[in-house]
Design a protein around this ligand. Sequence first.
Ligand SMILES: [Zn+2]
Length: 90
Amino acid sequence: MLCATPLNSPDFSTLTDRELEVLRLLGRGGSNRQMARWLGITERTTKAHISRIIEKLKITGRIEAIFLANYYHDALCTSAGCTSGLPKGQ
Ligand SMILES: [Zn+2]
């Protein structure tokens, strides 16, 4: 019997580097305006990236994207020594 998991594992490999970057920033609580500034792109482009992420991961929307970005932080984060992930276990 399989363990109950909160989500079907999303396939992050379908995302481009830029989309992964946007997803990580979403997880950090960035607004479209903040992310646009951080990435040096327009808000319109930021929204387009988010739409593509939602479409590719087959999720319901931005809130779920934020949840995934945090839940799978360790898989997504490329910063060595980053401690911003959710605590795993105790
Ligand atoms: Zn991190």
